[in-house]
Design a protein around this ligand. Structure first.
Ligand code: CU
Length: 288
């Protein structure tokens, strides 16, 4: 990547991150750690991750310390006559109980997080996601038959402020502070719908309907990518979720209904659209 574009990317990232009203979540060059959490599930994940990081760091340092002590104190030179002790009941009880206690300490928050992330009790809206080779289709079952495709924007069409390989023509728009049930499936091969800032990564399997959920805390634009090796253009099916206020969502919905209700966008354009995807993707591949 040329130097200037890296700098531009960083600048854009800073602008986005400093914007008071909206946030944006996308990968940064040399990023360490997670993207900023934008949903309660991701907040839980981040907390659990930080908690586990402390535990594994302490364990690793402790084991390292023991190894150093063994190497120094019990090497052949300093310890010519080895001890013949084979059992120490007290020590054995400690080294059995201690890991059990550590595992229980990890298990409790881990299970809590797993159950919290697994099932949404009271969904307020449903979003259906269908993976295709190589684009995503979004359906809004609550809004009649509204559905549309979300296809990568090719390099030549990238506008300032858009991210190469991460931008799509039709972003999926959702309201903030709303429990959104996501039903995930695929039409051809296995894909995976993943948005890191939401803590969501769900396999899209043909013939199966997987369920997950998210609730966006703040308005913003959240980027993700297909996370299952689904074929030659796997790297060219990004996900862009735009979370807006409930009022803005209602406005968007009115416009979207006109554009995307079944039969209007889909059937007549599908053939040319798929042709477009194929050419877009082969052009993208040619740039590597
Ligand atoms: Cu895929």
């Amino acid at each position: 990547m040329p130097k200037i574009s890296k700098f531009k990317l960083l600048l854009l990232a800073l602008i986005f991150l400093n914007a008071p009203s909206a946030m944006a979540a996308f990968p940064l060059p040399w990023q360490l750690g997670f993207q900023e959490a934008a949903s309660p599930v991701m907040e839980y994940f981040a907390q659990l991750h930080n908690f586990l990081l402390v535990i594994i760091t302490v364990i690793s340092l402790f084991v390292l310390l023991l190894l150093v002590i063994v190497c120094i104190r019990f090497n052949e030179k300093r310890n010519p006559v080895p001890s013949t002790v084979t059992h120490n009941t007290k020590l054995e009880i400690i080294w059995t109980l201690l890991p059990v206690i550590i595992l229980i300490t990890i298990c409790v928050p881990s299970m809590k997080t797993l159950y919290f992330a697994g099932k949404l009790e009271q969904p307020e809206m449903t979003l259906k996601v269908v993976g295709h080779q190589w684009y995503w289709e979004y359906q809004y079952p609550d809004v009649g038959n509204m559905k549309f495709d979300s296809v990568i924007v090719k390099d030549a069409d990238i506008k300032p402020g858009q991210f190469r390989l991460l931008e799509v023509d039709n972003r999926v728009v959702v309201p903030v502070e709303t429990n959104i049930r996501v039903l995930v499936t695929a039409a051809d091969v296995i894909h995976s719908w993943a948005v890191p800032a939401f803590g969501v990564k769900k396999d899209a399997v043909p013939g199966r309907l997987n369920e997950t959920w998210f609730r966006v805390n703040k308005p913003g634009v959240y980027y993700g990518q297909c996370s299952e090796l689904c074929g030659v253009d796997h790297g060219f099916m990004p996900i862009v979720v735009e979370a807006v206020s409930k009022e803005n969502y209602a406005n968007w919905l009115e416009e979207a209904k006109k554009k995307f209700v079944l039969g209007v966008v889909h059937s007549p354009l599908l053939v040319s659209r798929e042709k477009k995807i194929r050419t877009t993707n082969s052009e993208q591949r040619a740039t590597f």
